[in-house]
Design a protein around this ligand. Structure first.
Ligand SMILES: *Cc1c(COP(=O)(O)O)cnc(C)c1O
Length: 372
């Protein structure tokens, strides 16, 4: 019998979440286009199920050629955006074979295009660093980058040239103003579509972004990720507030139920000590499955249909939970670590001082994904 742990992946929730963010954005920008971000194995959910569930998206965005290859093998025929662009000339060849769209975030990548491309022209997204200070050309390099790409366009190496940037603080209400004005300043004189918004910007700043597109008569592409998987990009709004549905439910079973006495320590380091006699359960889920080791005593978890808490330190393959007041608890009982019928991944992440992105993308390969 397999170890009792699995991640249920809800196709309908994925499809619902894409429809949800689309409707928020399209209320302001009816011609909005969407890259569904499926990097990191679709945030742990699986590229193949993402291809199927996000069929309504205009493209997929990711950053591994192997994942792009999986998407093509799964039948995805629409565009695929390679978010970090090529790392070598040979990547350009593979990208061309797979028909990818390349982000160009540094001038060296234009050299790779020049050296690598023959035949079918490739679409590019030139990326401007507007203040994230991560990837992207600096403002004073941008014009040069654009001119070099335009020359490659004239000789048939490059097809469409679009413009993109990435926001550092789109989760706050005034978090995009400075970066959008820098973007507009540099890019407004150059032809091409614009691509600005992650989940936070799509859900919180759609009116402002749409107004920008209208004013400069640009088609806008959006790049939502985390919201597609049913998690919130905000501290001050839950996924339920945003009408998103959890797409991954991590379920396990109790593999042992035991009683402890007042004063007994539980698990490694006796990090939790009982202050009265209590019943505890052992769950077949640990940090080698991707459950966060930093989840402390008190982290929410559901046993059957009751919410309870983690006790003590998370081990590699197991974690203990409080069964106080759950009289019916028994070996084999279903436990939900996060997702439908349990705490949200956002809540568990918050308790472990991290973000849902890390939990979803950190689910390890030994946890079977069951598509439902
Ligand atoms: C991951 C990523 C996104 C999606 O971000 P979310 O916060 O998950 O919506 C968008 N753009 C780029 C460049 C990314 O790397």
């Amino acid at each position: 019998m397999p170890r009792p742990i699995q991640a249920d992946i809800d196709r309908l929730a994925l499809t619902h979440n894409l429809a949800r963010v689309s409707s928020v954005v399209r209320a302001h920008d009816p011609t909005a286009q969407f890259w569904a971000v499926v990097k990191a194995n679709a945030y742990g959910h699986g590229i193949e199920v993402a291809c199927e569930s996000f069929a309504a998206a205009d493209g997929l965005a990711l950053l591994d050629l192997s994942e792009a290859n999986r998407a093509r093998s799964a039948g995805w025929s629409k565009p695929i955006l390679l978010l970090e662009g090529p790392f070598s000339v040979s990547d350009v060849h593979v990208a061309q074979q797979l028909g990818l769209t390349l982000v160009i975030h540094q001038l060296g990548q234009i050299e790779m295009l020049r050296a690598g491309l023959i035949g079918r022209p490739i679409a590019v997204y030139l990326k401007l660093d507007t203040g994230m200070n991560r990837l992207g050309l600096q403002a004073d390099q941008y014009q040069r980058g654009f001119e070099q790409l335009s020359l490659l366009q004239q000789v048939g190496i490059v097809s469409a040239i679009s413009h993109m940037t990435h926001f550092a603080c789109a989760d706050s209400f005034d978090g995009i103003d400075e970066q959008t004005s820098r973007f507009v300043e540099v890019v407004q004189g150059l032809p091409g579509d614009w691509c600005l918004s992650n989940s936070a910007a799509s859900l919180r700043h759609a009116p402002a972004i749409a107004a920008l597109g209208k004013r400069f008569e640009r088609r806008l592409w959006y790049r939502p990720g985390i919201c597609l998987y049913g998690c919130s990009p905000f501290d001050d709004a839950t996924a339920a507030d945003l009408a998103l549905r959890p797409a991954m439910t991590l379920t396990c079973e109790l593999i042992s139920v035991r009683s402890v006495s007042s004063g007994d320590g539980i698990g490694y380091g006796h990090a939790f000590r009982a202050t009265s006699p209590m019943k505890i359960g052992v769950v077949a889920c640990g940090y080698a499955d991707g459950y966060p080791r930093h989840a402390p005593t008190g982290t929410p978890v559901a046993v059957g249909d009751q919410m309870t808490r983690v006790l003590g330190r998370v081990s590699m393959d197991m974690v203990m939970v409080d069964l106080t007041g759950i009289d019916s608890a028994h070996v084999g009982q279903r436990v939900v670590m996060w997702g439908q019928g349990g705490p949200s991944a956002d809540l568990v992440a918050q308790s472990a001082a991290t973000i849902s992105y890390e939990l979803l993308s950190g689910l390890t390969n030994r946890v079977p994904r069951v598509i439902c």
